[in-house]
Design a protein around this ligand. Structure first.
Ligand code: ZN
Length: 133
């Protein structure tokens, strides 16, 4: 994965991955983690080649068995979020262990999103990462 350093405002992450600033790269990253071999349809659990509808919407796929549409976001914590996936991945990175904890205000400035969105995102990610095993 390509990693680069860029000029950035205060309070921003030190190292940025390509998938932090690029929605296509972010989708590809999440797909490679969620689907190491073939996409898995969240509706019928079919695993295998799919119809690619990414011209309609980035990451959109159509199952060849049940013919329903899906993206890799379905079934993950990002599903209910309105944030672009690349901002979500950056938020996860900024809020995850090993990185100095940041506030919703810092998240808002770093990702250039609304405070409400930053607060909701932080809440969703913390709930996800601190849930009991
Ligand atoms: Zn299906």
């Amino acid at each position: 994965m390509m990693v680069y350093i860029q000029e950035k405002p205060e309070n921003s992450a030190v190292v940025e991955h390509e998938y932090f600033g690029n929605e296509l790269a972010a989708i590809a990253k999440l797909e490679s983690v969620a689907w190491p071999r073939h996409p898995i349809c969240p509706h019928c659990k079919h695993q295998g080649p799919v119809y690619d509808l990414s011209k309609t919407r980035i990451g959109l796929k159509k199952c060849r068995r049940c013919c329903r549409q899906f993206t890799v976001r379905i079934g993950t914590a990002v599903e209910a979020s309105h944030l672009p996936l690349h901002k979500w991945l950056q938020a996860v990175y900024l809020l995850s262990a090993g990185v100095k904890p940041i506030s919703a205000q810092q998240l808002q400035r770093t990702l250039d999103i609304t405070y409400k969105s930053a607060w909701l995102t932080a809440k969703r990610i913390r709930k996800r990462t601190t849930s009991p095993h």
